[in-house]
Write a protein that binds this ligand. Sequence first.
Ligand SMILES: Cc1ncc(C[n+]2csc(CCOP(=O)(O)OP(=O)(O)O)c2C)c(N)n1
Ligand SMILES: [Mg+2]
Length: 691
Amino acid sequence: MNSPLTWTDLDKRAVDTARVLAADAVEKVGNGHPGTAISLAPLGYLLYQKVMNVDPSDENWLGRDRFVLSAGHASLTQYTQLFLAGFGLEISDIEALRTWGSKTPGHPEVHHTKGIECTTGPLGAGVANGVGFAMASRRERQLYDPTAVPGESVFDHFVYVIAGDGCMQEGVSAEASSLAVTQELGNLILFYDDNRISIEGNTKIAFSEDVEARYAAYGWHVAHVDFTNGFTTYEEKVGELYQAIEAAKAVTDRPSFIKVTTIIGWPLPTLAGSHSVHGAKLGGEEIAGLKRELGFDPDKSFDVAPEVLSYTRSNAADRAKAAREVWDAQYATWRTSNPEQAALLDRVMARELPAGIEAALPTFAADKPIATRAASGSVLSALAGVMPELWGGSADLAGSNNTTMKGVSSFIPADRSSKDFIGNAEGRTLHFGIREHAMGNILNAINLEGLSRAYGGTFLVFSDYMRGSVRLAALSKAPTIFVWTHDSIGVGEDGPTHQPVEHIPSLRLIPGLDVVRPADANETAAAWLQVLKHTDRPAGLILSRQNVRVFDRSEGSGYASTDGVAKGGYVLAEASADPKVILVATGSEVEIAAAAQVTLEAAGVPTRLISMPCVEWYTAQPDAYKASILPAGVPKVVIEAAQPIGWRDVLDGTVTAIGIDHFGASADAATLYREYGLTAAAVVEAANALI
Ligand SMILES: Cc1ncc(C[n+]2csc(CCOP(=O)(O)OP(=O)(O)O)c2C)c(N)n1
Ligand SMILES: [Mg+2]
């Protein structure tokens, strides 16, 4: 518990300083979002100076509370507090808002500005990130400090999220908030800035539910602090807000929702309450009026009284010191009494894989075909024991995605155990429900937190439902692993709604995302290893529903080992002489290309076969390697059961790409492959046409 709230004139002055800085910063650059930063300054200040355990001198302190500004456009809400608390932002950084190279970009960006936990801006995503951070915290306690009393471990902390009307309107927040209560996330506190304004003005044109009642219906602990006193007067009730936060912290069996009714831009003299302050500069007159109202010199910009800054910085430092004294001692004790867990923590924080992980991976015999999704399931089960930090699940498709590690229980409260899934404290199997978008953002938060590694699955076709989170993973360099199965028309009878066609090339368009489509079971194991090794980027594992041939890679078989998987593309089967044509394929189409290679070779055409499980890894190889396996002068035929766009950019020279540029249909997979011309015969024909 924090001590009773003290709120002096200096605190008030500091809050007002945050407001005028927000106004000045947007005015200087000529664009940005001043309104909410002005009216939410008391909440931001309260959190950073009176509530949260954070350490401005060590922004990665493990014991810190996590903060997410889901309303990312109001980034100045956070930047001004990071400045006042001394997280490394100086006044020149506030002055440089939204300009090239500044530490204060338009929206908060993780790994860019100290004190930012995750990149926000796409509205609602931050709510799901908050849920992810809260889940991560519970798992970390169990992983590293399993005997601790919940709430008393060095790994316990609170997660605070600020959301606005937009976040509450976006479906992803509903998905995540529903799951948060199932997960009993008592460490999560969500503020809703109920200012009833978004870009198009009064939200009543598109938003009419009682959001507080909605959260109560989810099962959250709810509270309301009304700065407008029922739309009569305006009173920034920081004391009441503080009490509401303290009460929320005391509720440990469910998340807490605090609606704060505000007026956007308050106390701007003429524009408070107007949507024009949401995302535009205010104008000199208005800012001068604000400054006069608050007792600031209207002729000065970026004017911070030294006594204010020294007060806020020393207050933040003192609070951090007090919190650290307790935590550091507790942490030292934890390390000595839990040497095994401490070693695990050190390894995971260094982002290293366990020694001997290669040996733990299964190998698959070539005697019978296996779907790569099934191989993936075997890989995960094999990793469960050696990689305790690994956890994951599916958006209700565990049986289809093969995402459940054998022998691992579920990450659900024990009393939610079902016939099929047993939940307990050790649980690592995640159940996202049918909530792909929230799943993606929850995974991102867990993986950004970095104290465990999480994956999540759905059908590839539904990657569309979570694409925003995939993009954020790539942008944030979150090492999230997306397991996308049922990766082509090979889905078969479910028909075109479930048959991805455009997804693979469209995911390849996302910069920084590794799109990995292994050819067979053994490539799947190698692909998992490679994906786990990359800790600075997300990957999508694209896996087949249908069985595919397992290549015999033994000595003399003619097929190469899986060593080349790490290079993204490699010679799976060499030509009998200098190749006249090179066949390139990914995933389930590699076996088709292999059959075509046999036919072409039999007809006297020396043909090389390349498996290319990951274009991104291949592209990153030295030019010499690329030229050695795919020389420009030799014609190439590519086959992939997807939109064939893009291959001419990956491969030099003459390229024919066989794919599918239309929707599929409901029929068995073999029929669809035949009807749509994804056959060895088509590859042979295309090859013959080129040579
Ligand atoms: C997913 C998404 N859609 C649209 C936007 C563009 N956008 C930025 S702010 C905003 C309005 C947000 O309203 P609110 O959350 O109430 O914030 P306030 O105006 O109160 O600051 C919109 C539509 C966005 N950032 N993210
Ligand atoms: Mg609003």
